[in-house]
Design a protein around this ligand. Structure first.
Ligand code: 13P
Ligand code: SF4
Length: 328
């Protein structure tokens, strides 16, 4: 019987899928980049893994013809904006981000228009259209440094993550005007659950991503981006860590520090209307939409291609480049 391309992907074993991915990447001069939150097996096959900042920096300097961004849609958009002459692919175009979605561009533009004297700083977890009404993009790696690079009396709008915004306000003494968005994964970590876990593991250090809520951030021995938490976990003398960020990062932590113990922080319990416990976990379902099979199909078919409207891209590239300049 005639085998369709779709059929072929399902009949390949995992090993064959991996071989095909590498073969296609070499043949097409494609670079595979992955965020720390995607599945471990996708991270393992990538040419480059990193946090949001590192992925943008890497995209800006690659000489590959094709960039396959194993992550969520805004990451693909950022690469496409930085590399207008390259083909940028994303294994699942439905892989969105609740934080980016919490900041619709038209509403954010209205907010910006109401505060014309403010410098607008947006987290990289935004759509291209939101970046287009932004002065400087930041990631969790460089938000503090970039905010501190502005004169102390600069009025600033910071969006969309209110938890990151509150954290930056606290550590810099600024009073930035915040957009009230959040990441559903980071917002559900529970301070109570971490305190309970800490009682069972008193020597464990607590690693927290700044997208978590204030009470969780207060428990941290280290607050930082995924890359900063990874670096701390590898170099610190502690051998046990409670990790309050998306659980995909544990894969690289365990690989880089095989003799250390990494305990994923549990999310708070949630209940539906009938009072039954609902399944809450510390995984980002959007990041987990990226699978080996979809990566293979995307490289093979060279789609889905990430495209950004030319006019929007022309505006959005400026605040992204400003970030890259300020992060050198
Ligand atoms: P970083 O990659 O900057 O740590 O951000 C985490 C995140 O939520 C990406 O979606
Ligand atoms: Fe977006 Fe949160 Fe998923 Fe990161 S973890 S991609 S911020 S929804």
């Amino acid at each position: 019987m005639f085998k369709t391309n779709e059929n072929m992907a399902s009949t390949l074993t995992k090993e064959e899928l991996k071989q095909e991915i590498r073969r296609l990447a070499n043949e097409k001069n494609a670079v595979i980049m992955a965020h720390y939150y995607v599945d471990g097996e996708v991270q393992d096959i990538a040419d480059f893994i990193g946090d949001s900042l590192a992925l943008a920096q890497q995209a800006a300097k690659t000489d590959a013809d094709i960039i396959v961004l194993c992550g969520v849609h805004f990451m693909g958009e950022t690469a496409a904006i930085l590399c207008p002459d390259k083909k940028v692919l994303i294994p699942d175009s439905e892989a969105t981000c609740s934080l980016a979605e919490s900041c619709p561009a038209d509403e954010f533009a209205q907010f910006v228009a109401e505060h014309p004297d403010h410098t607008v700083i947006s987290y990289v977890n935004t759509t291209a259209a939101t970046k287009a009404v932004t002065d400087i993009v930041v990631t969790s790696s460089n938000a503090r440094q970039i905010v501190e690079s502005l004169p102390k009396d600069t009025p600033i709008i910071f969006g969309p993550d209110q938890n990151l915004g509150n954290y930056i306000n606290a550590v810099t003494g600024r009073n930035m005007l915040l957009w009230h968005g959040a990441c559903h994964v980071h917002a559900r970590f529970s301070a109570e659950k971490i305190i309970e876990l800490k009682a069972k593991h008193p020597d464990a250090k607590v690693l927290v991503h700044p997208e978590c809520k204030g009470p969780v951030v207060k428990l941290a021995d280290k607050v930082g981006s995924t890359a900063a938490l990874l670096k701390f976990a590898i170099s610190d003398e502690a051998t046990e860590f409670i990790v309050a960020t998306e659980s995909g990062i544990l894969h690289e932590m365990q690989k880089k520090a095989p003799n250390k113990t990494f305990i994923p922080a549990p999310p708070e319990e949630t209940f539906d209307e009938s009072g039954s416990r609902t399944c809450a976990c510390n995984e980002c379902e959007y990041m987990k939409m990226v699978t080996l099979k979809k990566l293979y199909q995307c490289l093979r078919d060279e789609q889905p291609i990430v495209t950004v409207d030319k006019e929007i891209a022309a505006k959005a590239v400026k605040p992204i480049e400003r970030m890259l300049e300020l992060s050198k």
